[in-house]
Design a protein around this ligand. Structure first.
Ligand code: UD1
Length: 336
């Protein structure tokens, strides 16, 4: 089997390429490098000891994607390529819709034109908006609070409708909060500029690149007042994609699946866990809430177990230890 991985040079993409290669698939990465580095592809090649083909370009370019599918004899696609900053999406909604919908439509058109029909789509728990009840299951109500979230929700709806009318079979993977890095410390998250997400920010405080972590709000209705998320190891998440491709043969149509651990940690619990892993305090202060943040969300994991035969196995300490190994060795990420 040969898999085309769009956005395969990015954080989740690169870890997924490793997992796919280790599972015996040939991989072709397509990435425009707008928020990633070709060095990630080199690091992946070194890790898996196999050739990983690389095509530089935009997934919205139907001709380019079609050519990659035909030339490399691609059978199935994992589509990551997208913008993912919530705050930037509020400032630049047009860019987010154009890029995220454009690349998805490009991929689906190229698949239809070349006659291949198995697709895994990178979605997000952001499609649950502010949940009334936790854990959220795939049947929970959906909504979006920002343009980024809408691109994921519209992407899901678009795929469900195309799948209903064609031979396309799709897994919509709704990720909770991926953190960590490959245990080798040679690939990991490399945010542009100042990180927006909790763990990358916290790690840059730990290296001394940033002064202190701001904890956004301690007046939520949670045990310690800080917001709760379902953090999962990026290697577990990557393995979930292999399981999703495997499951597509027996699950035609369009299936949404949560990928999370099923348990939540508060911001302060993450800080405490990181301090334990690093063996020293991490400077932090509580500030006001960040607009648009939900108080608490974690995954219902039954469908992932049932449909994919997948559960997350790595705990928070392992996520933080692995993330730190990468950050400490590569404080400037891939350095470009
Ligand atoms: C956000 C998006 C999600 C997106 C993901 C990746 C929302 C509701 N969710 O997840 O859709 O897929 O980013 O880009 O917007 N925190 C701090 N200090 C910080 C950073 C974060 O206290 O410096 C807190 C946040 O308030 C939140 C938790 O840490 O409670 C996790 O934040 P973050 O890592 O940004 O992820 P989400 O907001 O859950």
């Amino acid at each position: 089997m040969t898999v085309l991985v769009t956005g395969g040079a990015g954080y989740i993409g690169s870890h997924t390429v490793v997992a796919l290669s280790e599972a015996g698939r040939r991989v072709v990465v397509l990435d425009d490098l707008s928020n990633s580095s070709e060095r990630a592809v080199d690091a992946v090649r070194a890790l898996v000891g196999a050739d990983v083909a690389f095509v530089r370009g935009d997934a919205a370019d139907v001709n380019l994607v079609s050519q990659a599918i035909v030339e490399h004899d691609v059978d199935e696609v994992v589509h990551f390529a997208a913008f993912k900053s919530v705050s930037e999406s509020v400032e630049r909604p047009l860019a987010y819709f154009a890029n995220n919908m454009g690349s998805l439509i490009g991929v689906v058109e190229a698949m239809a034109g070349t006659g291949i029909g198995r697709l895994v789509f990178s979605s997000s728990c952001t499609v649950y908006g502010e949940p009334d009840e936790v854990p959220v299951t795939e049947a929970s109500p959906t909504g979006a609070a920002n343009p980024y979230g809408w691109t994921k929700l519209h992407g899901e709806q678009f795929l469900a409708q195309v799948a209903a009318a064609s031979e396309l079979d799709v897994m919509l993977l709704r990720y909770f909060n991926p953190v960590g890095a490959h245990p080798s410390g040679t690939i990991g998250e490399d945010p542009n500029g100042i990180p927006e997400n909790l763990v990358p920010y916290l790690m840059q405080v730990a290296t001394g690149q940033l002064d202190r972590l701001r904890v956004f709000g301690d007046d939520y209705e949670t045990p310690d007042g800080t917001a709760i998320r379902d953090y999962l190891h990026v290697v577990d998440l990557a393995e979930g994609h292999v399981a999703a491709l495997d499951a597509l043969a027996s699950h035609p149509g369009c299936t949404a699946v949560n990928l999370g651990t099923g348990r939540g940690y508060s911001v302060l619990e993450v800080v405490t866990a990181a301090e334990a892993v690093l063996g020293r305090p991490i400077p932090h202060e509580v500030v006001g809430r960040r607009p648009g943040d939900v108080a608490r969300i974690w995954a219902g994991t039954e469908r992932a177990e049932h449909v994919l035969g997948w559960t997350a196995t790595r705990d928070l300490a392992e996520m933080l230890a692995d993330h730190w190994r990468w950050q400490e060795a590569n404080p400037d990420g891939f350095g470009d």
